[in-house]
Design a protein around this ligand. Structure first.
Ligand code: CU
Length: 333
């Protein structure tokens, strides 16, 4: 009798995988015996799968990037805008250095010269009888038209720069959510499946040990890919903060209950530092930002090391999305 029972049980077990395959609704009930059958049937496959599984899950994070002196951070004695590493940043720096600064310098020197000339030429000692001139039509037209022309020259690139800065990121951009807290930052990669992690300031001795600038170094950096459009969605959980990285020409307020969006594009690998730029409380000056920009392959390695999927959704090519969507679909049911 025992032999008959065993045979019946074996027959039922043998049927289970077929049932599970044909009727997904029954898969849940059948899952345990099916697994038992599989483990008996193909030990070699299981061993191979076990060997492969940890390798796929545990990807080592790339080595922490060392910052370069003077890049992505302020330099000693620096009095102008930091060197820029994004297209809008370079355009803005050009506008500042090649357009605004020369115009401001020329106007300031012209006004200073004019004042010195007036002080000397029309001084009281040289003019015992003051002039009674009240109007000069030509000069009045000149000092109205010339400033208008100067403003038009400034306005044209200025308006296009503003439009460029706030242009929404393309659809396939990488999305990262940034949240400001009193007094640290939280970063989340929703499409890659990386939950929010927290970024805190490093104590001075630790920053020194790492070769990083004090008060700008953080424990967990925001890791972003180079040469790929990125959409930063910025918010706050308590009070208003501001996410600002000068060398990437980026500043956006983080407001509780509101999602602010701005795109960012980094041209060169490196570590770029910034700080909260909104007075947010006693430790406002101690919530720095550190962005680690890596080549795409290294960034993907980092995402895998955090248990995320770098090819997920928005970042993938249309063809890849179709490929990955097929096996992923049943898991969602
Ligand atoms: Cu803040």
């Amino acid at each position: 009798m025992n032999i008959v029972k065993s045979l019946l049980a074996a027959g039922l077990l043998a049927l289970v995988p077929a049932l599970a395959g044909s009727y997904p609704a029954m898969a849940q009930e059948a899952a345990a015996p099916a697994a038992a059958v599989e483990s008996m049937a193909a030990p070699a496959d299981i061993a191979a799968a076990n060997a492969a599984a940890p390798a796929a899950e545990k990807v080592a994070a790339p080595e922490r990037m060392k910052p370069t002196e003077g890049i992505g951070m302020p330099s000693p004695g620096e009095y102008t805008i930091q060197k820029q590493f994004s297209p809008t940043g370079r355009e803005a720096l050009w506008m500042h250095d090649a357009l605004l600064l020369p115009i401001i310098t020329v106007i300031s020197l012209f006004v200073l010269g004019l004042m010195l000339y007036i002080v000397v030429r029309f001084r009281r000692a040289a003019n015992p009888v003051p002039s009674k001139t009240a109007h000069n039509t030509f000069i009045e037209i000149v000092w109205t038209v010339v400033p208008v022309l100067i403003l038009v020259v400034i306005a044209v690139p200025s308006i296009s720069l503003i439009a460029e800065q706030y242009k929404p990121a393309p659809k396939d951009a990488l999305t990262v959510k940034v949240t400001g807290y009193q007094w640290y930052w939280g970063y989340e990669y929703p499409d890659q499946g990386i939950p929010e992690y927290v970024s805190n300031i490093l104590p001075p001795e630790k920053a020194l040990e790492n070769g990083e600038p004090n008060q700008l170094a953080v424990d967990n950096r925001l890791v972003l890919p180079v040469g790929r459009p990125i959409r930063l969605i910025i918010t706050a959980a308590d009070v208003i903060h501001s996410f600002a990285v000068p060398s990437l020409w980026f500043k956006m307020d983080a407001v509780p209950g509101r999602l602010n969006e701005r795109s960012i594009f980094i041209e060169k690998p490196g570590v770029y530092y910034g700080q909260c730029s909104e007075l947010c409380g006693v430790k406002h000056g101690f919530m720095p930002i550190a962005i680690e920009a890596r080549p795409v392959a290294e960034w993907e390695q980092w995402v895998r090391s955090q248990g995320g999927d770098p090819t997920a959704k928005a970042g993938a090519e249309p063809a890849k999305t179709a490929d990955t969507a097929a096996p992923v679909a049943p898991a969602k049911i």
